[in-house]
Design a binder for this molecule. Sequence first.
Ligand SMILES: Nc1ncnc2c1ncn2[C@@H]1O[C@H](COP(=O)(O)OP(=O)(O)OP(=O)(O)O)[C@@H](O)[C@H]1O
Length: 281
Amino acid sequence: MSTLLTISDLSWIIQKKSILHNINFTVSKGEVIGIIGPNGAGKTSLLRCITNQANMLVSKNISGSIKLKNRSIRQFSAKEIAQHFAVVMQKNDSIFALSVQDVMKMGLLPHKSLFSIDSDHDKAQIALALTKVGLSHALHSHFNLLSGGEQQRVLIARALVQASQILILDEPTNHLDVYYQHQVLQLVNNLNITVIMTVHDLNLASLYCQRLLLLNQGHLIADGTPEEVLTPQQLSQVFGLPCQQSIDAITGATQVSFYLKEHCVQNNTQNVMQNNRVSTP
Ligand SMILES: Nc1ncnc2c1ncn2[C@@H]1O[C@H](COP(=O)(O)OP(=O)(O)OP(=O)(O)O)[C@@H](O)[C@H]1O
């Protein structure tokens, strides 16, 4: 697999606090990577650096390098970045006193020249993407009148029409009910493009990501398959709760569960200890 992104010695300090500390990893074409870790670990900050939001890599507080196809990301124009990355972040700007159709059209902008007219192909792309996220009926709805979950699905559909090589998603399952959590992550998996996303739900991350990066306090603690990263020892240390790892009987995926000691039923605990990998912080 060819390397798309190379992150080397990436560090970011704000007000003497280390937000990201000496991060190193590469991303190969076609990988689906989940970034996991507790609140404040630096997950969103890492995504922001990778996509060089607001040209932030020029900031003197950020050191190290990010290369896209062997070229420093600092050398890419905003339009080139948008051609390579489709980004759905958690905090959206106030663009959304718009119809769903207008929000979707914004996904086509990186590939268009100024004043170019919408083609039938564009309209078909928008309709297809909305159908994929179950919102074909919402084309003429006001974006800001949709529920949080529906808005999230529109933004993912907008990223789909952008047809970029790398999809960056910050908590894509936020606001989604369990049905759409699986729908959206399955959809993302079936795109056959490179995906980097932050995910809070470790079991969803395990099911849908082939590789996980575990961050804690700005440090990259582990990088590997779900089975390698979701170890009870690592997770109980990072999240501060006892943790057990098991294999899901239906999916065969590595799964983890956390619990408080107060919630353990004595006999069950002994069985669990015997059958599964368990660790306490
Ligand atoms: N612009 C900023 N100014 C000051 N501190 C910041 C800034 N951006 C991020 N931080 C701090 O950096 C740390 C990492 O934040 P970040 O949003 O990347 O964490 P996260 O892992 O995505 O958290 P969450 O799971 O809660 O979304 C936090 O302590 C946050 O307060």
